[in-house]
Design a protein around this ligand. Structure first.
Ligand code: SAM
Ligand code: SF4
Length: 327
């Protein structure tokens, strides 16, 4: 078991397998982003080495993220190997564009819970937000996930004046579909600006809008360490969640660490650089103890909450894009 100095049990890692993406969501990265050279990224072998050590030390759950995980070549090779490591759960966050052909195999590997990013049900708007014309592919993948009986959470970053007019219809999608529709507060991680987005809408306003549209909305239990506040529309198959990602109401039960595709270990989304695990394993190849010493030290110093991490941010602002941090 791993605990931080505040006694929070750390049992979950979000692993970003690449900083690359086939979409260019405007809230996530600059449209003209230049990706880092490949040798700066962790190789699959390096990631597997780190994951094996984390599993041995008590990490139980892994979520793969990015960039777009499916945009990295041979992801299935990596997942086939990772799925033999004995984690309780491996899940995937994806934009849904490239995943269709791999869904059966993902399911057979035990990867049955998918977070699918979809900010709008309007094709034209999708093109404007993602700067790519891939809406139909995402819907095709979503339908197949549901046919296969996968557990799907549909994540929408909510932005005033962009997709806030769809709060009601997106929430309503959970009535006939067994999907957890979740609204995420926008965070200042677009890789361009330092400030809270001018399109920001807070979680209380989002909830008020959903309650108004669906008066029978009721609260359901949130899983331990959940980042979302979860509700159900009366008679619906699915659920509705709100993630106060900027308001940071969930830090006191945080059980997560993050590993970026560059091998930075982050114990908080809002911290600056993080510790370079990549440099450690390249300097001391195969040395599990040295690796664990570094990770344990970082976990022990995990910030109390995202506000403290923001205050001590060594980069002096939010310079990183979400595609690097990993969602
Ligand atoms: N490409 C995959 C995807 O889009 O699902 C995985 C990586 S993406 C960075 C992970 C999650 O972060 C997505 O749900 C995305 O909507 C969310 N995200 C990206 N930028 C964000 C921002 N500035 N504020 C809040 N959420 C953001
Ligand atoms: Fe790509 Fe996901 Fe970022 Fe959109 S949110 S640009 S799909 S990494």
């Amino acid at each position: 078991m791993i605990y931080d100095s505040l006694g929070r049990k750390i049992d979950y890692v979000r692993l970003s397998v690449t900083d690359r993406c086939n979409l260019r969501c405007t809230y996530c990265m600059p449209h003209d982003i230049v990706f880092a050279p490949k040798n700066e990224l962790l190789s699959y072998e390096e990631m597997l080495f780190i994951m094996r050590v984390l599993q041995k030390k008590g990490i139980r759950k892994v979520r793969l993220t990015g960039g777009e995980p499916l945009a990295r070549k041979n992801l299935m090779f990596f997942l086939r190997e990772l799925s033999t490591y004995g984690f309780d759960e491996i899940t995937l966050t994806t934009n849904g564009v490239l995943v269709y052909d791999y869904l059966e195999e993902l399911k057979s590997l035990g990867i049955n819970r998918i977070n699918l990013s979809l900010d709008t049900l309007d094709k034209e708007k999708f093109n404007r937000v993602t700067l790519r014309d891939d809406f139909d592919k995402v819907i095709r993948a979503l339908n197949k996930m549901l046919e296969l009986g996968m557990e799907v959470r549909m994540n929408a970053v909510l932005m005033d004046g962009i997709n806030d007019d769809e709060i009601e219809s997106l929430a309503g999608f959970s009535i006939k579909n067994k999907v957890g529709v979740r609204f995420i507060e926008e965070m200042p991680f677009d890789g361009k600006s330092n400030d809270k987005s001018k399109n920001f809408i807070d979680y209380k306003s989002i909830l008020a809008r959903i309650e108004k549209a669906y008066p029978g909305l009721y609260k359901i239990e949130d899983a331990a360490s959940s980042t979302s506040l979860n509700y159900k529309i009366k008679g619906s198959l699915g659920s509705v969640g709100i993630i106060p990602a900027y308001s940071r109401t969930f830090c006191s039960t945080c059980n997560r660490i993050r590993l970026t595709s560059f091998g930075e270990l982050k114990t908080c989304l809002y911290e600056g650089g993080g510790v370079s695990i990549r440099d450690i394993i390249r300097q001391y190849p195969g040395d599990e103890e040295k690796l664990w010493e570094t990770i344990a030290k970082a976990i022990a110093a995990k910030y109390k909450d995202g506000f403290e991490a923001e205050k001590e941010n060594k980069l002096g602002g939010f310079k990183q894009s979400m595609s690097i941090i990993g969602g």
